[in-house]
Design a protein around this ligand. Structure first.
Ligand code: ZN
Ligand code: ZN
Length: 406
């Protein structure tokens, strides 16, 4: 059997519940998604398992064929990788915010007013420090976001966050087990937090922000500790070359972790204003040089967290145009479209409800489903799938799997 290319499109938080009798997918005008469902095979997806509400990190690992039970090591390393940090085996990575605290370390603004500029300069003041023989790598990303990496001997990811995750004081990091490594890591993180505060509050940029009545980015809050360990890549496991088109750091990070090439797309913001046409163009270009392309759209999840039904519907209609372009131009490819979890606008948070999936392409056995939504896909031939089954299913259609037995 000849091999074909494959595309996995993940619309974050797409699945929903009816609002006024209809889900956002049922409300949206989406001729391309419906044609994809009609010509393809459909089902419902439980990214982790039945009745489990997935985080985006674990569910993306599963969708890309990596069992989170084995491969999930905390969110920090994904965020760092997605921000372009080159991690080394054994690094402890955190996801961070620049924040504003008063003299008693009460958090006044968890995002330091979403600092629009200067994050890079502030980051430079923290990068390269050395604390008790541990090297600090600090890499700022967009707005208030950043990654912190502790590199050295005898470290552990078993430490608590310094981020209070809401109003309150900056937390002291505590070891989460009795190991000397956890103790040492918590100590280094606490020293880092203190040193960062001293350096940041004296930084000219913050002095200027204070003058302009802007919240000072005078502390770093860390969360999501994880140890980076190299894992076998998609190429090593399945013999395929692969590329990722995404805006958000987390998704790029998961993709990079499993060995995908990251394609930089100008205008891919990881927000509802993302340029989906540019993403489709980038995905098509990547498809000409790679066997498999993972394309992520975040806006559907963001709109859901905001409880914004109108925005979610609009986002789906924009995704529909993007998918139409892919269906037209990636002719011989197999395309799977789904989501990492449902994020019902009525709940404003992730949920356990399964999310629709459709598979389309020359070798797909068509079923009777004619529309791409939660209800229609529930009648489809794919039935109920787990996240870990998606990549093998796609690979089989792509002619990339071998017979089991003889
Ligand atoms: Zn998600
Ligand atoms: Zn979400």
């Amino acid at each position: 059997m000849e091999t074909t290319k494959g595309v996995l499109i993940v619309c974050d938080g797409l699945g929903d519940l009816p609002v006024g009798g209809k889900t956002p997918l049922q409300r949206a005008r989406k001729p391309n998604l419906d044609r994809l469902a009609e010509e393809g095979a459909c089902g419902l997806l439980h990214a982790i398992g039945v009745g489990i509400t997935p985080g985006s990190d674990t569910s993306h690992l599963a969708l890309l064929g990596y069992d989170p039970e084995t491969y999930y090591r905390g969110r920090g390393p994904f965020e760092a990788l997605g921000m372009g940090v080159r991690l080394e085996h054994g690094d402890i990575a955190f996801r961070c915010n620049f924040a504003t605290v008063d003299e008693r370390w009460n958090v006044v603004d968890r995002r330091a007013g979403r600092i629009k500029e200067g994050g890079g300069e502030l980051g430079k003041a923290l990068d390269g420090m050395e604390i008790d023989g541990v090297k600090v790598v600090f890499v700022p990303s967009v707005e208030h976001r950043a990654a912190l990496v502790l590199r050295g001997e005898g470290l552990s990811p078993k430490v608590s966050d310094t981020d209070p995750h809401g109003p309150g004081k900056v937390q002291e990091s505590k070891p989460l087990d009795a190991s000397p490594e956890a103790r040492r890591t918590a100590d280094v993180l606490n020293k880092f937090t203190r040193m960062a505060y001293e350096r940041l509050r004296a930084h000219p940029l913050n002095v200027k922000r204070a003058k302009n009545n802007l919240p000072q980015a005078n502390i770093v809050l860390a969360r999501g500790a994880g140890m980076f360990e190299r894992v076998p890549s998609l190429k090593e496991r399945f013999g395929i070359t692969s590329a990722c088109v995404a805006g958000g750091a987390l998704y790029k990070g998961v993709a990079s972790y499993v060995g995908m090439e990251l394609i930089d797309v100008p205008g891919a913001t990881g927000r509802t204003d993302s340029n989906l046409r540019a993403k489709a163009v980038a995905a098509l270009a990547a498809l000409s040089t790679h066997d498999f392309v993972f394309l992520h759209v975040k806006g559907t999840d963001s709109a859901s967290h905001d409880g914004d039904l109108k925005e979610k519907v609009a986002m789906i209609e924009r995704i529909d145009k993007m998918v139409g372009m892919l269906m037209r131009e990636a002719r011989d490819a197999h395309i799977a479209i789904t989501s990492d979890h449902s994020t019902p606008v009525s709940l404003r948070d992730h949920s356990w409800h399964p999310t629709p999936i459709a598979l389309w392409g020359p070798r797909v056995r068509r079923d009777g489903v004619k529309r791409f939504d939660e209800l229609a896909c529930g009648q489809g031939a794919l039935g109920h799938l787990r996240g870990l089954e998606v990549l093998p299913l796609l690979l089989a259609h792509m002619g990339r799997t071998k017979m089991y037995g003889s």
